[in-house]
Design a protein around this ligand. Structure first.
Ligand code: 13P
Ligand code: SF4
Length: 348
């Protein structure tokens, strides 16, 4: 297959050309990515990186990218990056008139909740999340009937409809603090069972759990961790709290995606395995070329729906705008803002 054919946009649009001007304009970006992106791939990405970076300025747009985005997005076009909490904080604080959210749908919805007047775009509407789709607003209303008076804490990995039925939201970075902030003995915590079990171990609060799971993290096993330790002696094991409890029990550090990134810098570890989505290690390796990352390759199919060609199309056509029914939005916003008042948790 010719390079032109390979670089054709998924779909029907013609590929953008890798001209000498594009090569010059994007060379400093590629220099940073050299360690994680083969040189042969750059002519495919560079024309999109260049076009997106020019168009976002014309549109007064800002690109927010989650830590699981691929390196050409994360380091090539994103203005701000982070975990779910950081993305929400950055969305709240931006002056740009357009936000392009390179992540999954619930993240774009959260950005819209915090910026009702702004245009928030997601490059692919199908970028969902197994946790968000595990529960509906009607499910939460039933839980409230079953446990009258017990407050509901919802992980941000939920739809606006579910957030609207909740007292407060949390992310993996602040879940323990949010639960403790309520000052009650019992809380309904949803939808991530494993994050809930992690929170329960770190608080004296009894949690009523839902059985939602992340389809990426639930696949890791304690046996995987032991195998990494055996094949890579001295490796530091960092795990996301969406992993099963037996995996977390084997880890040296448990934290949100940004918490794991910060830990790499602070710990001075020379060999690291991140028990989480695959692209994280590539993104972190750019800033830590001296650290050896062992990469367990579990991809999030939803995060991977976001591509450079789709980001360009998003800016060209202003698609796909996030819309939330105003009454739902007003109630969901309260739950997110209440979380933001509590701030970033000590565990990061
Ligand atoms: P973080 O908030 O830790 O980035 O997690 C979001 C997520 O979807 C992890 O799977
Ligand atoms: Fe959802 Fe898991 Fe993908 Fe995160 S990694 S967006 S929790 S499916």
């Amino acid at each position: 297959m010719s390079l032109e054919a390979q670089t054709a946009v998924a779909g029907d649009e013609p590929a953008l050309a890798y001209t000498p001007e594009v090569a010059r304009a994007t060379a400093p970006i590629y220099d940073r990515l050299r360690g994680v992106l083969p040189e042969i791939e750059w002519p495919i990405h560079a024309p999109y990186v260049d076009a997106i970076n020019r168009l976002k300025r014309q549109r007064d747009a800002i690109i927010l990218a989650h830590n699981y985005q691929t390196p050409e997005i994360f380091h090539g076009v994103a203005d701000l990056t982070g975990d779910s909490l950081a993305l929400a904080q950055q969305a709240r604080d931006t002056d740009a008139s357009v936000i392009v959210l390179c992540g999954v749908h619930f993240m774009a919805e959260t950005a819209k909740l915090l910026n009702p007047e702004k245009t928030v775009l997601i490059p692919d509407l199908e970028a969902g999340c197994s946790l968000a789709s595990s529960i509906t607003g009607a499910d939460v209303r039933l839980l409230r009937q079953r446990y009258p008076g017990v407050p509901v804490v919802s992980y941000v990995n939920t739809s606006a409809e579910v957030k609207a039925e909740s007292d407060v939201c949390c992310t993996s970075a602040n879940a323990v603090e949010v639960v403790e902030s309520l000052g009650v003995p019992r809380v309904i915590f949803l939808p991530d069972e494993f994050l809930g079990r992690y929170v329960a171990r770190h608080t004296g609060v009894e949690l009523i759990l839902w059985h939602g799971h992340c389809e990426v993290h639930e696949r890791f096993t304690a046996e995987d961790v032991r195998a990494f330790r055996q094949s890579h002696p001295g490796v530091q094991v960092l795990a996301h709290p969406e992993c099963p409890p037996e995996v977390l029990a084997e880890a040296d550090f448990v934290g949100s995606t940004s918490g794991m990134i910060a830990h790499v810098g602070k710990s001075g570890a020379k060999r690291v395995v991140m028990i989480t989505e695959c692209s994280m290690s590539d993104n972190v390796a750019v800033a830590h070329p001296d650290v050896q990352f062992i990469r367990p390759c579990n991809l999030c199919p939803h995060m991977k729906r976001i591509t450079l060609p789709k980001i360009l199309r998003s800016l060209e056509r202003m698609v796909y705008p996030i819309e939330i029914e105003p009454q739902v939005a007003a109630r969901a916003r309260r739950a997110v803002e209440r979380m933001m008042e509590i701030g970033r948790g000590a565990r990061g």
